[in-house]
Design a protein. Structure first.
Length: 133
């Protein structure tokens, strides 16, 4: 994430998404796309140039997020709470707080099952699609 932004600027991920959309012949008139993991407002601004953009911020307390990361068992998971907080600080430096603050809607993920989270997320996205269409 950091290396890509150093090479391509703060909107690097959005540029890569657009490139992939072009490769797949994505048509914003007939297709909808959900992007997970926006990390800064530059990405949002770039994506707004090609279509409607809505932001859903999914919040959870640090202890709950650490618990979720532990359960995922990904290769890049923090090995300790100290590593976890270092990771959080890195995300804040990239600018994650701004899209969260400017989100169209927020969803608390402190006490939801995966099934409940998916259901609530789908309901919000469906509401947005209904307004656009």
């Amino acid at each position: 994430m950091i290396k890509l932004r150093e090479q391509m600027g703060p909107g690097a991920i959005a540029h890569l998404i657009i490139k992939k959309m072009e490769e797949c012949n994505f048509n914003d008139e007939t297709n909808n796309l959900v992007i997970d993991g926006i990390r800064n407002i530059s990405e949002v601004q770039i994506l707004k140039k090609i279509g409607h953009v809505k932001i859903l911020a999914v919040h959870a307390s640090p202890s709950r997020r650490f618990e979720y990361i532990e359960k995922r068992a990904r290769s890049d998971k923090p090995l300790s709470t100290k590593d976890f907080f270092t990771r959080d600080k890195r995300e804040l430096k990239v600018g994650i707080s701004e899209p969260i603050a400017l989100a169209n809607e927020s969803l608390s993920n402190n006490n939801l099952s995966i099934k409940e989270l998916k259901k609530k997320t789908f309901q919000i996205v469906q509401k947005w699609l209904d307004k656009v269409n």
